[in-house]
Design a protein around this ligand. Sequence first.
Ligand code: OSB
Ligand code: MG
Length: 368
Amino acid sequence: MKIDRIELREIRLSLVAPFETSFGRTTERRIILVKVFGDGLAGWGECTAGEGPFYNHEAVDAAWIMIRDFVAPLVVGQEIDSAAAGGALTRRIRGNRMARAAVETAVWDLEARQKNVPLWQLLGGTRKEINCGVSIGIQESHAELLRKIEREVAAGYQRIKIKIKPGWDYNAVRAVRAEFPEIKLTVDANSAYTLADAQLLRSLDEFGLMLIEQPLAYDDIIDHAELQRQLQTPVCLDESILSAEDARKALALGACRIINIKLGRVSGHTEARRIQDYCLERHVPVWCGGMLEAGIGRAHNIAMSTLPGFSMPGDVSASKRYWTEDIITPAVEVTHRGTIMAPSGPGIGYEINEARIHSLTLRTEVIK
Ligand code: OSB
Ligand code: MG
């Protein structure tokens, strides 16, 4: 494949409901879309950087500059024989994995379209139906939280995750368990605690959670290992795992028993698959995390989730939970079994609604 040019586009999309975590509240997304042209075809990627540097160090405006000035120039004009080779072209860049992944995933889509196969098959996926859960943000009240959970359980989702933070933790989980004693339940702290909170975190053991996600610092594995020794509930790392090397070290230390894989956080499909491979060999479950993606990012998440190691329900759910109208057609829908069917079309397998994308666009730039 010869990469001819890369088009960047920033779109703005309002969430159907605000999403609140321990690090902030999002009501509207600004999303960078990447379109990579080569061999008369185009592949699409979505940058998962947040509006500000609060989940990790990346943010939309900074990612735009990184992609435009550093990532895209390393790829444009190059002749590559696979998407994996395309990703390797940007390995010199330290950090900035979401910026790199936006291009890397687009090149994977391009390669799959060129070979006229679904991306999930090109990646080596084996699951034709992926298991889905939902992530529910911090709410105004327990009553509101219970109402939201009831709706998602009725829709068929296999697992409920709730966001926690100091002051919205033990009592919130207790209220959920009182109403829903049997559901698969997890909590995600997004690094809101320290080891000084070990007693509080231990108290959550009584609720039979599937896992507790990233309780401690975003760049830590040492304290998580100490915490895991004190907990019955499996620790799952999100923010702390940026690569297969990080996964190896975290598992060697006993910092977690489960890993959340996000394409952006780990620099794209190639590294995501490497983490999946490493964990699968060691019987460590992985699942696909979410970053409030629009349809293109969501479609890439679906493709990744078909890999055999993705045995736990991910944070990949229906488009309508986020957007009144998605940027792909059909919108992502979830079966009453709480699954998403892997699409059969080439590449990411959904049509790109370019007219809608154009109407949402704030700025564009082309790297030739
Ligand atoms: O930690 O998993 C997280 C959203 C933004 C940033 C971080 C996270 C999340 C979610 C939402 O939990 C998952 C989703 O529904 O996309
Ligand atoms: Mg998380």
